[in-house]
Each structure stands twice: as C-alpha cells, then as structure tokens.
Design a protein around this ligand. Sequence first.
Ligand code: RB5
Length: 149
Amino acid sequence: MRIGIGSDHAAFEMKEELKQYLEEKGFEIVDYGTYSRDRCDYPVYGERVALAVKAGDVERGVLICGTGVGISLAANKVKGIRAAVCSEPYTARLCVQHNNAQIIAFGARVIGIDTAKMILDEFFGAVFEGGRHQNRVDLISAVEEGQIL
Ligand code: RB5
C-alpha cells in the first residue's frame, strides 16, 4: 500500500521515525513534509496529504502535528476526505471499519512513539465494513454538500 505522510515542525521527529517503521513493514511512503524542525504551518501539510489521497496518488494518509487537531481540521476541509484524530488504537481501527476514514491523525505532544505505532498497526490493518455504515458515510458526504437539513 502507498501511504502519504505529513507533519508540522512539532511532529517532525515522530514523522521521521514512523516513516521508517512503516517502510520496514513494507509500505511505500510518500513524504509531503515538513522536512526540517523549522517552524511551519500545519494546514499546508494537512491539505497536501488530503489532496494526494483525493487524487488517488496515495491510498491512505498519516498526519501529525502537536495535538493532531489542527492538521486534521485542515485535511477535513478537502471534499471527500475523512481524517480521524486518534490517541489510542481502538478508535484507529473503528474509524476505518465504521467511518471509512482515509487519513489517521494524532499528536506528537499527546502520545508516545509506541502508541503511535500501535495506532498505525490498527489503522492499516482495518477494512471498511460497508453495510449500514455505508449509508452513514454517505450522509457525511451529504452534510458536506449541504443536503441534509
Ligand atoms: C504548533 O505549535 C501547534 O499549534 C500545532 O502543532 C498543532 O498542535 C495544532 O493543532
């Protein structure tokens, strides 16, 4: 599987370590930055990875900032993208099984590297269950189009 990864300066070190972890597991990684510890703006990297997922350049994405919140908010502004912020592995599995999330996000200032690895294991091991969940995901898309109320 081809994966896009992105972070801001707050998560640069974690991104580098997780890239290596995922590569060792056989994933192909595309790094959308940031490429140094220099201060930068998380929406740039959230949008880059989200657009890559939307375009089909990568199948899924990983986004990391200080909390995981800002970078996921930016990614979720791209139509059709479902980015889920997780701090533990259970949600990382369920956000795929039930919500068909294409992007996982977390905070390098919130969780440690071992938890981050467990989250990635669950996220990439999970498959969307479809069925009743498909209708709900379709409703999320309808909200995006302003069609529900
Ligand atoms: C950067 O200081 C920090 O605001 C950012 O990494 C992130 O936590 C925002 O949501």
